[in-house]
Design a protein around this ligand. Structure first.
Ligand code: G1P
Ligand code: ZN
Length: 550
């Protein structure tokens, strides 16, 4: 058994996107594809870590969402890590760790960083997607400087250093050895559960279940299952069967583990039945996203963030109040209204959880959220699906009110931000890029123009200056903002693996409580028409409408 030096050739296109490197499984299974990327990452981390410190002699956390190729990738990464100076790897048993759990383990164990194997909500299985993402010592996604350094090096890499030891037993808890490196196989749930126990009043939640409060959590055959089961059914006494689709499967059992009302239709159907549970929720592939559903009532993620902000003091972990809040630019401004009333700083960042990291680390914000079913807090540096579920359970326990009544009361107090996202999937890349380019070119002529009852007051391509480190991120989405606060936003997805996806975000504010009960799509139809008029989406794409509207 020895460390081998093996020649290799660079692969084009190993540039991490919104959330790590995501490609088809068939790309990852090419000889040396994964090896090259991991070798590069280890080289970059060894050259100098985020704080100038190198990885050599340090601890890495490793785990994934259990999708196809997860177990194989774990063995490869262990052999590379052992050959590149890593002293210890904390590996989730079976190669399993949810994204928020990786973050929690990095932070609690003060690891150097961690590797997450996931393509989040993208489909799994041999024909599906795989992904790999690096999280730094704060537990959060690597910054762009690091991912760009990794990408640059993938283009010149010539050598792999890898051990030729046999595979380790990743299903056996405890210590094993590869070369000089220790592999510590850990319980994937324990560290995460310890964090939840501190934030939430578990006795209150136990009492709710004892009194017969009924919950349905759909883990969509993805990695959230073991976590939800251990905490809800194991620790809090929810009846067996509260968590459904709870076994992580390599192809997610054919489900699309991207929790929205379209993909989680089975949950929505259950929540509409006469015998519906009191509360429903779903998580995505790596359990960092959440969808919250009441009886016959779906909560939009933007509203969820606003309500969490308004009621945070009811939760033990936030009883002293929040430092501030942040939302991604396309997320609705519902939370801004709450922050204003509460006198809280409120930040608007580009899409992607990594932009929240500095604000959280600097103690500027406590809660963050995105319209894409992501909510989280300073307890880790990732969005966190089960945390959001426990938060909403706690809100219902503390107030004795249903999801619907909490949201409706919120709208009465703060007004309602009607909100939708239209996805145009599978567009040819050149068509999508031309659409964005032409839009960008048209921006200067738009302000002042009248669209029906609205006047356009701002048209720009969102640029963000990080208030902590001063770094600037440009071209983060085209915004059209109107005199009544309505917004139309265009951006291209950075997480897809096939063609391009155009995301169109529409939002308008309704203060009048008599007008807060309209169906969402008709309520935003005028703005959809404006988007069509300005961007010519259907003509350019040949699509009559979006593939998904949530
Ligand atoms: C999508 C979401 C974004 C989220 C990211 C990772 O990215 O829109 O909010 O942070 O997935 O979960 P996009 O495909 O839009 O680049
Ligand atoms: Zn995810």
């Amino acid at each position: 058994m020895a460390i081998q030096t093996i020649p290799t050739q660079p692969f084009a296109g190993q540039r991490p996107g919104t959330s790590g490197l995501r490609k088809k499984v068939t790309a990852f299974t090419q000889s040396h594809y994964l090896e090259n990327f991991v070798q590069t990452l280890l080289d970059v981390l060894n050259a100098s870590g985020p704080d100038g410190q190198a990885l050599t002699g340090q601890t890495l956390v490793l785990g994934g969402d259990g999708r196809f190729y997860n177990r194989t990738a774990v063995q490869t990464i262990l052999k590379l890590a052992a050959a590149n100076g890593v002293a210890r790897v904390l590996l989730g048993r079976g190669g399993i760790l949810s994204t928020p759990a990786v973050s929690a383990v990095i932070r609690r164990r003060q690891a150097f960083g961690g590797i997450v194997l996931s393509a989040s909500h993208n489909p799994g299985g041999p024909d599906g997607d795989f992904g790999i993402k690096y999280n730094a010592g704060n537990g959060g996604p690597a910054n762009e400087a690091l991912t760009e350094a990794v990408y640059a090096r993938t283009q010149v890499l010539r050598e792999l250093r890898i051990s030729d030891v046999p595979d380790v037993d990743i299903d056996r808890l405890g210590l094993q050895q590869i070369e000089q490196m220790q592999v510590d196989v850990i319980d994937p749930v324990a560290d995460y559960a310890a964090v939840m126990r501190v934030l939430f009043d578990f006795d209150l939640l136990r009492t709710m279940f004892k009194r017969g409060f009924r919950v349905r959590v759909d883990a969509m055959n993805a990695v959230g299952g073991p976590y939800a089961r251990a905490i809800l059914e194991g620790e809090l006494g929810a009846p067996a069967g509260t968590v459904v689709n709870a076994e992580p499967l390599e192809d997610f059992g054919g489900l699309h583990p991207d929790p929205n009302p379209v993909n989680a239709e089975d949950l929505i159907a259950h929540m509409q039945r006469p015998d519906a549970p009191d509360f429903g929720a779903a998580m995505d592939g790596d359990a960092d996203r959440n969808m919250v559903v009441g009886r016959n009532f779906v909560v939009t993620p933007s509203d969820s963030l606003a309500l969490m902000t308004a009621h945070a003091r009811l939760i033990p972990g936030y009883k002293d109040g929040l430092l501030g809040v942040a939302r991604s630019m396309p997320t609705s401004a519902a939370v801004d209204r709450v922050a204003k009333v509460m006198g809280l700083p409120c930040f608007e960042t580009p899409t992607g959880w990594k932009f929240f990291g500095n604000l959280l680390d600097a103690g500027r914000v406590s809660l963050c959220g995105e319209e894409s079913y992501g909510t989280g807090s300073s307890h880790v540096r990732e969005k966190d699906g089960l945390w959001a579920i426990l938060f909403w359970l706690s809100l219902q326990g503390a107030t004795g009110r249903s999801v619907e009544s909490l949201v409706r009361e919120h709208w009465r107090i703060y007004g309602r931000n009607y909100y939708t996202r239209h996805d145009y999937e599978g567009i040819a890349v050149d068509v999508a890029q031309a659409l964005m380019q032409d839009l960008r070119a048209a921006l200067p002529a738009l302000p002042g123009r009248q669209f029906g009852t609205r006047r356009l007051v701002l048209a720009d391509d969102f640029a963000y200056t990080d208030p902590v480190d001063g770094s600037v991120s440009g071209q983060q989405g085209i915004r059209l903002i109107f005199d009544d606060g309505a917004r139309v936003i265009f951006r291209l997805s950075g997480t897809g693996t096939e063609g391009a996806t155009l995301r169109l975000y529409l939002e308008r504010y309704e203060a009048d409580s008599a007008k807060q009960d309209q169906p969402v799509q008709p309520a935003l139809a005028e703005l959809a028409a404006v988007a069509e008029q300005v961007a010519g989406i259907s003509g350019r794409t040949g699509m009559a409408g979006p593939t998904v509207a949530t």
